[in-house]
Design a protein around this ligand. Structure first.
Ligand code: FAD
Length: 388
């Protein structure tokens, strides 16, 4: 059988694309190397733009049912004790990737997407003119279009010989679930020398703790049996949090060589979506919304190509233009913010400036995220309020 589309990776972008294509009547294969449900490295903070995507994908009700945690305020601190508190311009949600990715995977199954987890993609041959053969741990599959949705970094990037994989990146991240502190409806972002750490509550009542740091931080001794490097405890507010926290996750999840480079929208005619095309820095808390949005951008072009309304060249060109128009500036701003927040003097200056001029903080939050698509902002906020 020849699938209309094969998505590699059943994270947010892969599931989203698969669901949208299945809803348009296409035969879709979704390949995932891991087995659902599973924990994933992520801050697990969902910004408001996801609501419209959730509604279009048909998972809004399920997200409401599982009790995603409402987040209304932000609290930023630095190692030298500067801090800034602000109301978020719109409510956000805390929801574990364990729950969210499972919900999306099950929704794909319900729409008759051929969902195969425990299936690792090892190689892709072919092109848009002649079709593709995808080589996996469970055999070969044929498709007319292949969507690369395999995330931040995968051995497949090396197999495909993608350019970005040859450049070393020093950024490493960890995440785990903890109990012992009550942070209510606040997203906390604590800067420390060479990194920052986010804390927010998820649907289980646990606190997701996720930090990203330069790899040199990971060589330090760890703090008090929590597997947390000492640099993090240089931030007094964060040290205070760790003092009372107990780890629930059996171990921390980690990922090294995280890159914020633009990776390209196509490689060997494979259409890249989500982090596979490029990831915004975690400080912005918007990567998941972007992953969902990139699938929304790609799907109409995929559909037009499948219907012979677009040539392969036009498909590639138009998707790349649309992707860059939507994301390029935000990605650049995200990189600037990240580079400032990991350097104590700049982090201090930034947080103090936000305290003096709260409108600046609000502008930055707004500039790093997308705008509602079909409905206006009020509609979207109402939709969001209906979840919480
Ligand atoms: C430290 C950190 C914190 C973050 N915090 C937040 C946050 O709080 N809020 C936010 O919005 N964003 C956050 N992000 C970003 C967010 O996690 C990503 O942008 C988002 O997960 C991207 O979704 P995706 O679908 O592109 O990739 P993923 O969700 O990573 O999915 C990729 C899938 O592909 C699978 N895969 C990989 N290789 C293969 C293969 N060869 N064969 C088959 N399957 C394969 C993987 O197993 C995975 O399931 C954070 C990122 C980092 C690094």
């Amino acid at each position: 059988m020849i699938y209309d589309a094969i998505a590699i990776g059943a994270g947010l972008s892969g599931c989203s694309a698969a669901i949208q294509l299945a809803k348009r009547g296409y035969r879709v294969l979704l390949l995932e190397q891991s087995h659902y449900p599973m924990h994933k490295l992520c801050g697990e903070f969902l910004s408001v733009e996801v609501t419209e995507a959730f509604e279009n994908l048909g998972i809004l009700e399920q997200v409401r049912k599982v009790g995603a945690h409402p987040i209304h305020r932000a609290y930023l601190t630095t190692a030298s004790g500067a801090s800034f508190r602000s109301d978020l311009p719109s409510a956000a949600l805390g929801l574990s990737r364990y729950q969210l990715d499972l919900t999306l995977f099950q929704r794909s199954q319900a729409l008759n997407v051929d969902c195969q987890d425990n299936t690792k993609v090892m190689g892709v041959a072919g092109n848009l003119q002649e079709g593709f053969t995808v080589n996996t741990s469970k055999g070969e599959f044929q498709g007319r279009v292949v969507l690369g949705a395999f995330g931040k970094r995968s051995p497949l990037d090396r197999t495909l010989n993608r350019k970005f994989i040859q450049q070393r990146s020093p950024w490493i991240a960890y995440k785990g679930h903890f109990t012992g502190v009550d942070i209510a409806d606040v997203i906390e972002l604590h800067s420390f020398p060479n990194g920052y750490c986010g804390l927010s509550q998820i649907e289980t009542g646990e606190i997701n703790v996720c930090w990203i740091a330069h790899e040199r931080v990971m060589k330090e001794p760890t703090h008090k049996g929590l597997d947390i490097p000492e640099s993090l405890a240089q931030n007094p507010a964060l040290a205070d949090r760790f003092h009372n926290m107990k780890r629930v996750s059996t171990s921390l999840q980690g990922l090294s060589q995280i890159t914020f480079a633009l990776k390209g929208n196509f490689h060997n005619d494979i259409c890249m979506i989500g982090d596979t095309a490029g990831m915004i820095t975690p400080l912005c808390g918007d990567g998941m919304a972007m992953a969902l949005r990139s699938a929304e951008i790609a799907v109409p072009f995929v559909s037009q190509f499948l219907e012979h309304q677009l040539s392969a060249i036009a498909f590639k060109k138009q998707y790349a233009i649309a992707w860059q128009r939507e994301f390029q500036t935000r990605l650049q701003l995200g990189r600037i913010m990240h580079n400032c927040f990991v350097q104590p003097p700049l982090a201090n200056m930034g947080v103090n400036l936000c305290q003096l001029f709260p409108a600046l903080g609000n502008w930055i939050i707004g500039a790093t995220r997308g705008k509602p698509q079909q409905s206006n902002r009020t509609d979207q906020t109402q939709l969001f309020d209906s979840i919480i």
